[in-house]
Design a protein around this ligand. Structure first.
Ligand code: ARG
Length: 447
């Protein structure tokens, strides 16, 4: 390039930089929400007649409704509703769909179909009142990209705490089993949301690579599963040493780690290894519950799933092997939910959304109440406790000054009827309203 041309380009780019108008520094918008009742999740009780002041994307204050609201302010009238913190689901798979139960589908999906599915599911999850989710495996690293796109504001969805593919042993819950050794399907397990790692060295390397790709949390599969082929939910699938390596490696990088575990021995190993949450925990025994209590390990028990798996999933081609496994595990899991809660194990709300359709997450509350919790305790499992498990208590989980303005509202009293959460009428995330069937005011549109 000639000097003159170079100079031209240099000057041109400098002009471009200076030609950008400075971003207007307008004051953050203030919204006053008049709540008839609020369940702020800092305790188990309701308060009446409160004004929540939202400034920009955060809550500025929470005060009695007698507080003076300056003339001309934007006020949202939820005086006939109950306002709660945005709900949190700690176990979702946003790229999974609940009408794909024939294993042949493994070979039909592409990263694009998973991506499209994830975008749609993120939207329906948000509109159902779940303003934060932990995604514990969406193929291949869809949850990480989805999190970034939502944070950039290019699509609408909940805040996402993203894992990479779930880490599985060869032949385990995350592998593709039952084909002849001559069969090369050309399909990598991560395409289905899993990675295979055997032995402490591979486990360590896999976790380091996942952290390099930007995961917030690690997911490891410590026992067999219900919806996989050729393994048993009760059987442990990693040694204690492998699980300990995984927990240490995740923690060293400042990440939490969740373990899929149905069977008692796998749960025991995972707790002793220092894993932060046991997912499913279906066959937990007394010893597991005591250990979880001592170690402060959360149980995240997906006790709605059984209805859907033994209903619709069969219609969508679920193999008999999986139906049989669900029959072994599902009902016991509900009984063990009650035992674990009564034993004092910390419980956080998680549903395994993707096994059933995204957006139906709140259907689990009914079972949490049927199996031992009060509605207030069930809601706190999906707000205060869930925020603690995912390490985001500073930002979400309660309605308090300084937290994100992630607020939902329902018309009925959720402490009388927890199922009212299945019909969330108002959803605000970070000060932006995405749904308002209560006042029918304007909502943010998705580009
Ligand atoms: N993803 C889990 C698995 O395949 C689903 C278990 C669902 N069943 C239940 N009762 N929670 O193991």
């Amino acid at each position: 390039m000639r000097i003159a041309t170079k100079l031209f380009f240099l000057l041109f780019s400098i002009t471009c930089v200076f030609a950008q108008p400075p971003k207007p520094q307008s004051a953050p918008k203030t919204i006053y929400i008049h709540a008839g009742h609020i369940f702020d999740a800092t305790s188990e009780s309701l308060r009446d007649n409160v004004v929540i002041v939202v400034e920009g994307d955060r809550i500025k204050s929470v005060a009695p409704a007698s507080t003076a609201i300056p003339a001309g302010s934007t006020v949202i009238d939820l005086s006939h509703a109950t306002v709660l913190p945005g709900l949190i689901d700690c176990h979702t798979h946003l790229a999974f769909r609940a009408d794909r139960y024939d294993p042949i589908n493994y070979f039909k999906e592409t990263p694009f179909t998973h991506g499209f599915t994830a975008v749609r599911n993120a939207h329906s999850t948000l509109l159902a009142g779940f303003t934060t989710v932990r995604d514990v495996g969406s193929p291949p690293f869809a949850a990480v990209d989805l999190r970034n796109a939502i944070n950039e504001g290019s699509i609408s969805g909940p805040r996402i705490v993203a894992s990479g593919p779930g880490i599985s042993i060869t032949g385990g819950h995350g592998d593709i089993n039952g084909f002849s050794p001559e069969t090369h399907v050309g399909l990598f397990p991560e395409h289905r949301g899993y990675q295979i790692a055997d032995g402490v060295d591979q486990v360590r390397e896999t976790i380091r690579a996942q952290i390099k790709y930007g995961v917030d949390v690690v997911k490891i599969l410590a026992t067999g599963g219900v919806l996989s082929q050729g393994d048993s939910p009760g059987a442990p699938q990693y040694t204690f040493e492998e699980l300990k390596t995984a927990a240490d490696e995740a923690h060293a990088a400042g990440r939490k780690i969740a373990a899929h575990a149905h069977g008692a021995e796998g749960i025991r190993r995972a707790i002793l290894a220092g894993i932060d949450s046991i997912e499913h925990a279906s066959l937990a025994n007394e010893e597991d519950m005591q250990l979880a209590k001592q170690h402060g390990t959360y149980f995240v028990m997906d006790i709605y799933n059984d209805d859907y798996i033994l209903g619709k999933a069969i219609e969508f081609g679920l193999p008999q092997e999986n139906v049989n496994k669900e029959k072994m595990v599902g009902r016991l899991q509900r009984e063990n939910f009650e035992k674990a809660f009564k034993a004092g194990v910390k419980m956080a709300f998680g549903t395994d959304a993707g096994v059933y359709p995204h957006g139906d997450n709140a259907k689990q509350f009914k079972y949490m109440v049927q199996f031992g919790m009060s509605p207030a305790q069930a809601i706190r499992a999906a707000t205060f406790n869930a925020a603690d498990l995912i390490g985001r208590s500073k930002d979400v989980g309660t309605i308090e000054a300084g937290k994100y303005a992630d607020l939902i509202a329902v018309s009925a009293d959720p402490l009388q009827d927890v199922r009212s959460l299945e019909n969330v009428g108002f959803v605000m995330k970070g000060g932006t309203i995405y749904k308002d069937k209560i006042t029918n005011g304007p909502v943010a549109t998705i580009e």
